[in-house]
Ligand binder design. Structure first.
Ligand SMILES: [Zn+2]
Length: 74
């Protein structure tokens, strides 16, 4: 799996692919936001001071009969 496949196949824009892990038969693609896509939601400026975050999982379309999730630090 690559960033290109996630972008073109899954419509995931602005994230870099890190790795894939298997959890109880499900495929989990771990991604992180590209530094240049992180901006202030209020004014849109790119100078952002991070004050925490958390890992979130988003359900994606299955591949064959395997459930797929995308895990990202937000
Ligand atoms: Zn701002």
């Amino acid at each position: 799996m690559s960033t290109s496949i996630l972008y073109h196949g899954g419509g995931l824009v602005g994230y870099d692919y890190l790795f894939t892990r298997d959890e109880q038969g499900a495929m989990i693609f771990c991604v992180r936001p590209k530094a240049q896509t992180v901006c202030c939601p209020e004014c849109g400026r790119e100078h952002v001071v991070f004050r925490g975050g958390k890992v979130r999982q988003f359900r994606a379309l299955p591949i064959g009969n395997k459930p797929v999730s995308i895990e990202a630090w937000v």
